[in-house]
Design a protein around this ligand. Structure first.
Ligand SMILES: [Fe+2]
Ligand SMILES: [Fe+2]
Length: 248
């Protein structure tokens, strides 16, 4: 099967697997992690909401820019997924507090993604490879370490969608990259490197206060994640070395 046929099949699967917020039991008790102040917990959930909202805007740009009908069809399902994710985090927030403003570090990453004027497939690398991988890692960490059963269920459902989005990224890039000249690949790689160091800086200083270790992403974990994204860039033929995105 060609890459485009596999993308079309993924879009069909995505449509079949759409779920809705009212399939969750919203009446279960919220459980906050020990030692984490409620305002910090609310802030963490708020950033997840802001990231989902920002993804929608960038995906709309991507859907308009990618020429293949199969990619546009998949992105329509992905946009519906991200709208649902943003709404579900917002609904969860209504149980725990007021939406907090976007973190300045995260905002910088989102602004850098919006500012991209290079080839449209570069956006697929940024969103569907790098950021989807990060979202998945983040959700899996929250599922494993946070005690709230409702938040676990929210993240489990969202993570299943995000892994499909990441799958699209790989398929699409395998389709498009063989015909891309080396200088264009180098331009995208340089941008991804700068986005990663922005992302690294945004995570570096967060959750430093006492009791917040459960939310913190330590330096080693960030570095491991960078290497995993780097390994994907190597597999795609975009980078030579999986340490391309490392410690900054
Ligand atoms: Fe999402
Ligand atoms: Fe996603």
């Amino acid at each position: 099967m060609s890459h485009l046929a596999r993308i079309a099949a993924l879009a069909t699967k995505a449509t079949r697997r759409q779920w809705s917020a009212d399939q969750l039991d919203w009446n279960v008790d919220i459980v906050l992690p020990d030692g984490v102040r409620p305002t910090i917990y609310v802030d963490m959930v708020s950033q997840l909401h802001h990231a989902e909202r920002a993804a929608i805007t960038s995906l709309e740009v991507m859907r308009a820019a990618l020429p293949e009908a199969e990619a546009k069809a998949f992105l329509t399902t992905q946009i519906a997924d991200e709208v649902r994710h943003a709404d579900v985090y917002r609904a969860y927030l209504e149980r725990v507090g007021e939406l907090a403003p976007v973190d300045p570090g995260l905002d910088e990453v989102l602004a850098a993604a919006r500012a991209w004027r290079g080839p449209a497939w570069g956006l697929v690398v940024a969103l569907n490879v790098m950021m989807e991988h990060e979202a998945l890692q983040q959700q899996q960490k929250r599922i494993a370490t946070l005690p709230c059963p409702l938040f676990k269920e929210v993240n489990q459902r969202i993570a299943a969608d995000e892994s499909r989005h990441a799958g699209f990224g790989i398929l699409y890039l395998e389709h498009v990259l063989p015909a891309v000249p080396a200088d264009e690949k180098a331009e995208v790689l340089a941008w991804i490197r700068s986005l990663w160091s922005c992302w690294h800086a945004a995570n570096h200083g967060r959750y430093r206060a006492e009791g917040e270790a459960v939310l913190r992403l330590d330096e080693d974990e960030l570095e491991r994640r960078g290497h995993r994204v780097g390994a994907m860039l190597v597999a795609l033929g975009l980078a030579q070395d999986d340490r391309e995105l490392g410690r900054s």
